[in-house]
Design a protein around this ligand. Sequence first.
Ligand code: MSP
Length: 539
Amino acid sequence: SKTYYATTPIYYVNSVPHIGHLYTTTLAHTACQWGQLVSGTECRLTGTDEYGSKVMKAAAANKMEPLDYCNKISARFKDMSDKFGIQYYDFIRTTEGRHRDTVQHFWVVQSNGYIYKGSYEGWYCTSDETFLTDSQIEEVVDKHTGKTQLLSRDSGHPVEWTKETNYMFSLSLFIDIIREKVLSDPNFVYPAKAKNTVLRLLDEHTGDLSVSRESSRVPWGIPVPGDPTQTIYVWMDALVNYLTVTGYPDTGYVKMWPADVHFIGVDILKFHAVFWPAFLLAAGLELPKQIVASCHWTIENSKMSKSKGNVVDPFKMADSVTAEGFKYFLLRQGVLEHDCNYREQLVYEVINADIVNILGNCLNRAVAKRLNPQQKYPPFNKEIFNKDENGNCRDGRITDLDFAYIEQVKKLPEMANIHCSKFHFYNAIFEMMSVAREANMMIHRHEAWKLDSKDPADLLLLESIIHSVFEGLRVTGILLQPIIPILADKLLTRLNIPQSERTWAKANESFLELNGLSEPLVGTSLGNDKSLLFNRVKN
Ligand code: MSP
């Protein structure tokens, strides 16, 4: 059977990782973890993109040989994955021999009819490793020097007029096929905003694509097979990483290819949703099933960039609020469809509000000796919830709000799955926190702390309240495993839920007593770890 194959972009090693990289990697990883919880699928990938002038310049600026420099920065990206508990199936580096072999093979396959030698002249942006059309550049006067500069409209990086002999790829032949694919398969480029951007890019497209550079100008690259005077365009080289990992061209590659989803940022949509499908079609290979493009994290509404000195260091934030706390923040606040503005203060606010005040508080109250002197998973006393012919419960204190909460817990897995399948993790988290909030409300509504456990009627209600709160927390804990596994484990361990019961199937089995089934956890003693779920972070 085919493995679920999700990818992240492979990151440039011209600078160290920042939260934008972490965010995309976290999206891909969480999607995989969610898939694993729900249907047992597994596979993910991350890595580094190491060739090209940008990297060569960065190495020179650091007075290092390119490969030594790549080794150093690539290790930093690996460290980031380790620090944030992101398991990579395969950490690919484009400077590896296996990758060079795949890229050169891919080139030869495509060259059969779709690659030709031509002369190319145009605006070239070295930082972006791409040629630009007149409409993609703008004249800008430098505030400090007063000099006029020509910059890429998109990236703001300088461009220069360049003329050289290159190999050209027949991109024009594929534009209509790709447009048809984007229009007929609404999930191919997702979300809709990204799809519309791609349709615009396809309409703006002019001419074929230069897919090699003169080795004298870009020596840090993979040589064109049979022509050492040229190196392969870094974007073709980089995109092929998605195939290298599958073992292509060895026949086993079909176990992974086509990729189920490429996670990217909108900045690299053109490369993934126009060039990559064209390259694949030319090579006679299947297209990825989906391309998911997220918007960016900004700082004070402007782009994060090394030159502006405003990039946020994920390692520093992990030291401040723990890796899980920070990952929670990114998934709770990040939205695919529009840019998210980053404020450090917001990180503290979100974590304190959700994990400490809602989830932690709810757990602490329900396990407190005062409400739960026996320190056990109490029964849900279904009989007091039974309604008479007038619709009243045997215990008149039970209201529609209690029934609504029970329904909310029962529906939580399905709701969360709907959101996670669309990669709207923030909505799934919102649903989980709503359950924890309503669980708190149930304690509050019935003033559970005033109930007298020696009074038989009060005891039945008190047990049912605590049971209901535990059920909400148990289901939430199971569903949080793909998102914040360490905290989820702490929560489930405090409730003493065995590892074997932390499954999707068990999340879908709450309030079993309502169906006349006995609840296996009833009577179980709570776990011993009495530490807080999460310490309040500085505010
Ligand atoms: N090397 C190429 C990708 C090749 S993939 C075949 C590249 N690398 S990059 O280091 O510049 O990373 C770009 C990706 O990092 C974006 O597409 C996005 O996924 C992520 N982000 C970079 N900055 C970001 C933000 N400010 N916010 C969110 N994600 C951003 O392009």
